[in-house]
Design a binder for this molecule. Sequence first.
Ligand SMILES: Nc1ncnc2c1ncn2[C@@H]1O[C@H](COP(=O)(O)OP(=O)(O)OP(=O)(O)O)[C@@H](O)[C@H]1O
Ligand SMILES: [Mg+2]
Length: 239
Amino acid sequence: MSSGPVLVTRGLTAGYGGPPIIQDISIEATPGRVTAIVGPNGAGKSTLLRTITGVIRPQQGQVLLDGEDVTGLAPEQLIRKGIAYVPQVQNVFPTLTVHENLEMGGYTRTSGLRERIDQLYATFPDLRAAMKRPARTLSGGQRNMLAMARGLMVDPSVLLLDEPSTGLSPRFIAAVWERIRLVCSTGVAVVVVEQNTRQTLAQAAWAYVMVLGKNRLDGPGPDLLRDEEVVNLYVGRLT
Ligand SMILES: Nc1ncnc2c1ncn2[C@@H]1O[C@H](COP(=O)(O)OP(=O)(O)OP(=O)(O)O)[C@@H](O)[C@H]1O
Ligand SMILES: [Mg+2]
C-alpha cells in the first residue's frame, strides 16, 4: 500500500450560486488513516464534502484521486472511481430493509454483491441481526452504521462520513469509532466531519479546523487537542 495521499483537494472554492461558502481549501487523505474536518456550525464542512463528491461544482480548485483530476465529475462517476459519501441526513432508504439498503449501495458492482454484503455483516453484526427490518425501525446508532455499511458496498478507496456520531449516546459513539478504525485497518482513507471535536481530534491522524469557510489550521489530531487556542476556541474545556 502506498503511504501517499489517495485524495487531494487543491484550493477548492465553492458555494451555492452566491458568494463562496468555502474558500481555497486544500486537504489530503491517506489510506488507512482517519482524516478529520472539524469546525463550528456553518463553517462549510458539509459543503466541502459535497464539492469533493460532485454534488456541487467548485468555482476554483481541483479534486485529485490517486493523482487523477476528477474535478467536476458527477457523483455517480466518483462512486465508480472509489469515492463513497455518507451524507449528514437522509443517508438510508427508510422504507427498504437493511438488506435491501445494502443491495442498493452495491448497485454499481458488477460482481460479488452477496460476498460483500456477508463481509459487511461480519463487520456490523447488528445489521445482520436486523437484515429484514425496514431501516426506519432502526435506532439512530444502527441507522448510522447502516449508512456507513451502505457506503462501503462499493469497496471504496475513500469513505467520506458527515457527522457519523452526532446525536448518538456515548455507547453508540464508541461503537461507531470502533467500526471506523476497523474500516481504516482495511486500507480505506476515511474522512470524518464532526462537531464532536474532542473525540474526533483524538482519533485523527491529521485534522483540519475549518472556520467561516477557510482552513484555519491543521495538524495531527492529538497535537491540535493540546493546542491552547484550538481548545479554547473550537473544542471547549473538558467538563
Ligand atoms: N443548499 C444550500 N444552499 C444555500 N446555502 C447553503 C446550502 N447548504 C448550506 N448552505 C450555507 O452554507 C454555509 C455552510 O453550511 P454547511 O452545511 O456546509 O456547514 P457545516 O460546517 O456542515 O455546518 P453544520 O456543522 O451545521 O453541519 C451555511 O451558511 C449554510 O447556510
Ligand atoms: Mg454539516
